[in-house]
Design a protein around this ligand. Structure first.
Ligand code: ATP
Length: 235
């Protein structure tokens, strides 16, 4: 268990207005897996990922990353690459400068190859040298994914990574995430699109109304006759 990249046990969270966004969810993610939290808007995916990343404190339950309990600022979180609800870029700096600044602060600046690899993920071409304030949502999103991958963290957590991307850009992201996990790393994404999870993920955790409806290998769920639960994860 100590080596399991992510173990989520009974996480629950209510917001101050009393809304119970997450009602006790459990799942785990192993090395080599791309795990997709799938569910409609409001299912509790973002709230779950924010708890996993120590950004908000659960009311109940806990998360362990490689056997270490997650709390706000836990050292283990330094080795996690994350994109949650849009990264905060410095708008007047170029995409390259933004990545450089982040890389210098949190990456491994001695490994130039890792930086160049991230630039390829961003696939921004000449726009890399234009200010981020001129970027479309899709371009910012790709820069955010690249930023999360800087330093090649063992665990990558991306909330709705394909938000703002067009279909070809979504298709381009799939082999990148699969290849990333295939090196023994772990990727967790959230999505409200069944097709995206089906094509990108090895495992799926279907959520609705703050609960896990079903989870397991993607192919098992697709082959099972109980497709009604997947229909529940309506876009
Ligand atoms: P989305 O794709 O819309 O982000 P989600 O599955 O990620 O959906 P959450 O963002 O976790 O879902 O939201 C779950 C529920 O909690 C929603 O009903 C949402 O309105 C509510 N919620 C989220 N953040 C807050 C907040 N800060 N205060 C009150 N309620 C919130």
């Amino acid at each position: 268990l100590a080596a399991t990249p992510v173990v989520v046990e009974g996480l629950a969270k209510a917001y101050p207005d009393g809304h119970r966004a997450v009602k006790g969810v459990s799942w785990r993610a192993e090395a080599g897996q791309v795990v997709g939290l799938l569910g409609p808007n409001g299912a509790g995916k973002t709230t779950t990922l924010r708890m996993v990343l120590g950004l908000i404190t659960p009311d109940e339950g806990a998360t362990w990353v490689r056997g270490q309990a997650v709390t706000a600022g836990a050292p283990v979180l330094r080795k996690v690459g994350a994109l949650v609800e849009g990264p905060g870029f410095m708008p007047h700096l170029t995409g390259r400068q933004n990545l450089r600044a982040y890389w210098a602060a949190t990456g491994r600046p001695d490994e130039e190859a890792g930086f160049e690899e991230a630039l390829e993920v961003a696939a921004l071409g000449g726009a890399l040298d234009r200010p981020v304030k001129s970027y479309s949502q899709g371009m910012r999103q790709r820069l955010g994914i690249a930023q999360a991958m800087l330093g090649r963290p063992d665990l990558l957590i991306l909330d709705e990574p394909t938000n703002g991307l067009d279909p070809p850009q979504i298709a381009a992201m799939r082999p990148i995430l699969r290849a990333y996990a295939n090196t023994g790393r772990t990727v967790v994404i959230s999505s409200h699109l069944l097709a995206e999870v089906e094509q990108t993920c090895t495992h799926v955790v279907v959520m609705d109304a703050g609960e896990v409806l079903v989870s397991g290998p993607v192919e098992d769920l697709l082959e099972s006759h109980d497709t009604s639960v997947l229909v529940t994860a309506r876009p």
